[in-house]
Design a protein around this ligand. Structure first.
Ligand code: NDP
Length: 472
């Protein structure tokens, strides 16, 4: 492995205020209490953030309700101008945002800079293009917005999940109250400032920070017409129960346990890159991560040798270093969950391997890990670990691969590696997964719908399909 000199991005690019309020009706206002957000790579407190109490949620929803009439009455081309403006400001300020995201989330700067931020801007550009063409989206000649959208997002892609939620909602003429995750509120609060810079009318976007209870109060609020949630299946279930019978429209994007299937005719080096990208991208905090590797038995040995060699070159450490491949685990709680499930993997008889790597003393870290000898009964083959941990299973025939791939309560994504186009089509057709990648993995595009089957949730985000969730 080459020794690289450290190449840290400058932290001073972004200004972090010591305290942040709630963004309601175009202004930052105080909440009832505060909580701290920390840098998971150092455990240093980054800022104190307001905790929204139920009355704050009421205020935010009321502001969104007031803004809805004028916003939805604007011609689509006028709404599009705001979205274009937001997209351009995000591009202009993307360096600040990338540093902020890496500081608050722990993800490597090369990912926040080269993946998250370009995709965030692309989502706003893409949905700006739809705003004046809603009548041609395939949902009737005169589709109408729903009203106030209550949106709750997780910590793994804080700004990207915000873009997935807010861009289609605004394009369709809805107004928004969004709650970011407790451990990663800063980029959403920065986005509030972007809205002000874009002169977005007050109340169209409201950002309320807080814990799970704030999210629960928001989604249960009677004045919310549409709920969009990304997060754990457990919380998704609770939300589905609370929304049932209320007439609110609901989209849920939940967990996954994706199979990445490698056939014996796959080009091994490319497949190894795809496996590494599938499970170690964003520390494995990815709902569609390729967390189960299904490899054809005849090539298991050379493929695993190759994978281990590649894993030994992954650099774990400072998220702001441009050479870093794997950053910090987002929180102590998530680190404990990954650690616990990995220990269960060993105790159930799977064989654990990590390359030698030294982890920083402070912060939350987990070395890239693979488990071989995994069977379908193992918990690490069934449960979402949401960390840099890969479970390796083998198969002999395509039918066995399909059966194992589908043997999961989830159905969000899958990958297929083979040289044969006919096999790609035949296998993809039988996989019960919302997204199937062929000879690639973790590729995202705003024009492409994303969503799951079974316990991975329902509804689609992205593309023309993503508009449907925000139109009546
Ligand atoms: P949660 O599902 O608890 O959190 C997602 C969002 O929902 C956060 O903003 C959270 O707020 C909020 N929330 C929590 N409880 C409620 C509620 N009752 N009603 C409304 N909103 C609520 O995920 P965790 O962060 O607890 O992660 C747990 C596990 O979930 C992970 O280990 C991973 O397996 C999975 N996960 C999956 C994700 C995906 O993209 N599919 C994303 C994140 C996690 P707060 O942050 O304040 O708790």
């Amino acid at each position: 492995m080459f020794e690289y000199a450290p190449a840290p991005e400058s932290r001073s690019i972004v200004t972090i205020e010591p305290t942040y309020g709630l963004f309601i009706d175009g202004s930052f206002v105080e909440g009832k209490g505060t909580f701290k957000t920390v840098n998971p790579a150092s455990e240093e407190v980054l800022a104190e953030v307001a905790m929204a109490a139920p009355e704050d949620v009421d205020r935010a929803v009321a502001a969104a309700r007031r803004a809805f009439g004028p916003w939805s009455a604007l011609p689509g081309a006028e709404r599009a101008k705001y979205l274009f403006r937001i997209a351009r400001i995000i591009q202009e300020r993307s360096r600040e945002l990338a540093v902020l995201e890496s500081l608050d989330n722990g993800k490597p700067i090369k990912e926040s800079r080269d993946v998250d931020l370009p995709l965030v801007a692309a989502h706003f550009f893409y949905y700006a293009g739809w705003a004046d063409k809603l009548a041609y989206a395939g949902f009737g000649p005169d589709p109408k917005p729903l009203g106030v959208a209550g949106q709750v997002i997780p910590w793994n892609f804080p700004l990207l999940m915000l873009a997935w939620k807010i861009a289609p909602a605004l394009a369709a003429g809805n107004t928004v109250v969004l709650k970011p995750a407790e451990t990663t509120p800063l980029s959403a609060l920065f986005f509030a400032d972007v809205c002000r810079q874009a002169d977005l009318p007050p109340g169209v976007v409201n950002i309320i920070t807080g814990a799970g209870d704030t999210g629960r109060y928001l989604v249960e609020h009677p004045e919310v017409d549409k709920v969009a949630f990304t997060g754990s299946t457990e919380v998704g279930r609770q939300i589905a129960r609370s929304v049932a019978g209320t007439g609110k429209k609901l989209t849920l994007e939940l967990g996954g346990k994706a199979a990445n299937i490698v056939f014996d005719d796959a080009p091994i080096d490319q497949a190894v890159e795809g496996i590494v990208n599938g499970i170690f991208f964003n520390q494995g905090h990815v709902c569609c991560a390729g967390s189960r590797l299904l490899v054809q038995e005849s090539i298991a040995e050379p493929l695993l040798d190759s994978l281990k060699r590649r894993m030994a070159t992954l650099r774990v450490g400072d998220p702001l270093d441009k050479n870093t491949d794997i950053g910090a685990i987002n929180s102590r709680a998530q680190l404990e969950k990954i650690t616990e499930l990995s220990e269960i993997g060993s105790s159930e008889g799977a064989e654990r391997w990590s390359p030698p790597c030294s982890l920083p003393d402070r912060g939350f870290w987990f070395a890239p890990t693979i488990f071989t000898g995994v069977t379908q009964a193992h918990r690490i083959a069934r449960e979402e670990i949401f960390g840099p941990v890969l479970s390796v299973l083998t198969f002999r025939t395509p039918d066995e691969a399909i059966e194992k791939a589908n043997n999961t309560p989830y159905g969000l994504s899958a990958g297929i590696w083979t040289e044969k186009g006919s096999r790609i089509l035949a296998v993809a057709d039988k996989l019960r997964a919302g997204v199937v990648w062929a000879n690639t993995f973790n590729k995202f595009d705003p024009t492409s719908p994303f969503g799951g089957y079974k316990e991975s949730g329902y509804g689609r985000e992205g593309g023309r399909h993503g508009l449907e969730a925000y139109l009546a």
